[in-house]
Design a protein around this ligand. Sequence first.
Ligand code: 5GP
Length: 114
Amino acid sequence: MKETIFSKIIRREIPADIVYEDEAVLGFRDISPQAPVHILFVPKTAYATLNDVPATEAELLGKLMLAAADYARREGFADSGYRVLMNVNRDGGQTVFHVHLHLLAGRALHADFG
Ligand code: 5GP
């Protein structure tokens, strides 16, 4: 796949506000936050879109979700709530082609999927 800005962030070649890291996942603040808390969780192994993740990497996708839940617990908003979502390709609104999970929190999020 073509390299994206997220690979450079993972390699610390460009700055980001990193808030979470484990062996498989990096979490950092979105540069253009859509909520008071807006974190991107990215796998260190890059796949362009969810469509490109092979079944053998099911555990990696699980790790992304669990990283978000772990962060929410640690930051104290797990019970009040948050949203995780992944955009896929053009109609999904994906703009960076390195799989990532958005975590949004800190305000009431409406059930608007438009
Ligand atoms: P997508 O639209 O692909 O689901 O989400 C990409 C996200 O990456 C957007 O919310 C955008 O604000 C964020 N983003 C794009 N470039 C950068 C960057 O250089 N640094 C950070 N921290 N976030 C970025």
